[in-house]
Ligand binder design. Structure first.
Ligand code: HEC
Ligand code: HEC
Length: 347
């Protein structure tokens, strides 16, 4: 009887130990906070899910944000992603045609604004990059941008006190590798959304256009929306809008990628959301103001280019009054939630 009790007790003790051991293992489970890409009301779903193999989590987003603002991703520590992609300029480079990179060099294209990238099938002005997860390899390693190599960046991150913990929170272990770094960056840049401009509020019935803005909107829908399509203000296609070849950079655009003559001088149609704060304009930043852009569409288009878009063959007649109204409309596309939100700002 006594021995039965002792065996029973022993069994009890053993199983409790096992139980405690098992729950101790589970006391530290990988439980990130999953978040959803918020699709604004009335918008189409992104054509492909850029987070299909990179589940979006709060921890991944925060890690990506820290990396985006970290100068150590560049060779000399001075060129974080954010040095060229500035939040107050909707993540374009404020007031620069080309952006400063490593060793007093410059980029050869104007830095695009970064938002609503989840809806963008191909990245860069020529569409040369087909996935947001590989995109950062381009600036990280370009001699005129961050001029670094991945191994050296990873070494710097591993030495840091905060990163191993943040990688663990985002991916389950403290391992810091390039795949995880790229996934985290994609979680940050890919979930930056711009959907809170006056235009959006009007669409949601929360605000009203002034009569001038309304007229500008009507003009826009007839003359511009064929390429700068709502609600993203781009149809993500590559087109030639009649700019003369810039002889200093000789950029032939999409043809660089496809080697197809039909693609000569075609560039990705940029979104016009936040256009008031993303100057200068075009792939080479050749225009400093929206007024100059409109002058291009009325009288600057080079109509002798074989690849010029058919919609622009006759240029676009815009009177002075229409020009003002169109500008008023374009100003309604500025989203101060995007440009000021602490969610996207460094901690
Ligand atoms: C020295 C300035 C510079 C730095 C630093 C830089 N970028 Fe860029 N970025 C650019 C330019 C210029 C382009 C356009 C490249 C092209 O079209 O060929 C671009 C394009 C992009 C695009 C594509 C946007 C689109 O609309 O196609 C993304 C995304 C992006 N950068 C993210 C990043 C990230 C993430 C980092 C940091 C790892 C970074 N950039 C660092 C200048 C920079
Ligand atoms: C046929 C297609 C097409 C039409 C129509 C069109 N655009 Fe564009 N737009 C483009 C392309 C392509 C670019 C980029 C060209 C480049 O950088 O080489 C562009 C660039 C711009 C830019 C510069 C944006 C930036 O961030 O650099 C503005 C502003 C602009 N367009 C406004 C307008 C307005 C306003 C209208 C109507 C009056 C209009 N566009 C009509 C195709 C078009």
């Amino acid at each position: 009887m006594k021995s039965k009790v002792i065996i029973g007790l022993l069994l009890f003790v053993c199983t409790s130990f096992l139980f405690i051991a098992a729950s101790k293992k589970e006391a530290d489970p990988f439980k990130p906070t999953y978040i959803k890409l918020e699709i604004p009301k009335g918008w189409p779903k992104p054509a492909k899910d850029i987070f299909a193999s990179n589940p979006l989590t709060e921890e991944g987003f925060q890690l990506g944000k820290k990396l985006f603002y970290d100068g150590r991703l560049s060779k000399d520590g001075n060129f974080a992603c954010a040095s060229c992609h500035q939040q107050f300029a909707a993540f374009a480079t404020y007031d620069h045609d080309f952006s400063h990179g490593f060793n007093n060099s410059f980029t050869s294209r104007n830095a695009p604004a970064l938002f609503n990238l989840a809806w963008m099938p191909l990245l860069h002005w020529d569409g040369g990059i087909n996935h947001i997860e590989v995109q950062p390899l381009a600036p990280l390693t370009a001699h005129n941008e961050m001029a670094e190599n991945i191994d050296s960046v990873l070494k710097k991150l591993r030495k840091d006190t905060a990163y191993p913990k943040m990688f663990k929170a985002a991916f389950g272990t403290t391992v810091i590798n390039s795949q995880r770094m790229l996934k985290a960056l994609a979680q940050f840049t890919g979930s930056i959304i711009s959907s809170n401009s006056k235009y959006d509020k009007v669409q949601r019935g929360e605000a009203k256009f002034t009569p001038a803005e309304e007229k500008g909107y009507a003009f826009f829908k007839t003359n511009c929306a064929g390429c700068h399509a709502e609600p993203l203000f781009t149809d993500n296609s590559f087109r030639n809008n009649g700019l003369d070849l810039n002889p200093t950079i000789n950029d032939i655009g999409r043809m660089k990628i496809t080697s197809d003559k039909k693609d000569s001088l075609k560039f990705k149609v940029p979104s016009l959301r936040n256009v008031a704060v993303t100057f200068p304009y075009m792939h080479d930043g050749r225009f400093n103001s929206i007024g100059q852009v409109l002058d291009h569409y009325t009288k600057g288009i080079n109509i002798n280019q074989p690849t010029l878009d058919t919609a622009l063959k006759k240029r676009i007649a815009i009177s002075n009054t229409q020009k003002n109204e169109l500008m008023y409309f374009l100003y309604t596309l500025t989203d101060t939630v995007l440009t000021k939100s602490p969610r996207y700002a460094p901690q």
